[in-house]
Design a protein around this ligand. Sequence first.
Ligand SMILES: [Zn+2]
Ligand SMILES: [Zn+2]
Length: 159
Amino acid sequence: MTMSTNKPQPPLPYQGGCLCGAVRYEVNAELPRASHCHCSMCRKAHGAAFATYATVPRAKFRFTRGAEGALRSYESSPGILRSFCMHCGSPLSWSSKETRDADEVDFTLGTLDAPIGPPQQWHIYTASKASWYDIEDHHPQWPERKPEQQSPKTGDKTE
Ligand SMILES: [Zn+2]
Ligand SMILES: [Zn+2]
């Protein structure tokens, strides 16, 4: 997999966790892409203008602390689980039982400890973005979900 940056990446697995440290995770995959989701549910769940996720295969992401303790999840829509720390409230992951997503997990890139180089990025669900926020960067934007045929989930690894 080619990275869009020449900056050396820290060694795998990457470590991350919540604000208070009760939940920790590791990611054993490179993180070449990130999506900024502006949907109203992510804005509410994160208390922010948008939520930033990296998508990785489920087998490459695991909680190393708190999975049986501080980790909780909220089913924001049928089959959609948003995990968070019950102590400090950090949102940690988004996952879906939907077929096309069932083998993947989106984790919140802001909770990563590792200083990774900048991934390729895009904005999704911009049709429901916060009225007070202007997207002024050069990253591609999609009014809703990123179109299927251009999604990395369908095997397009060249972009
Ligand atoms: Zn916490
Ligand atoms: Zn969203």
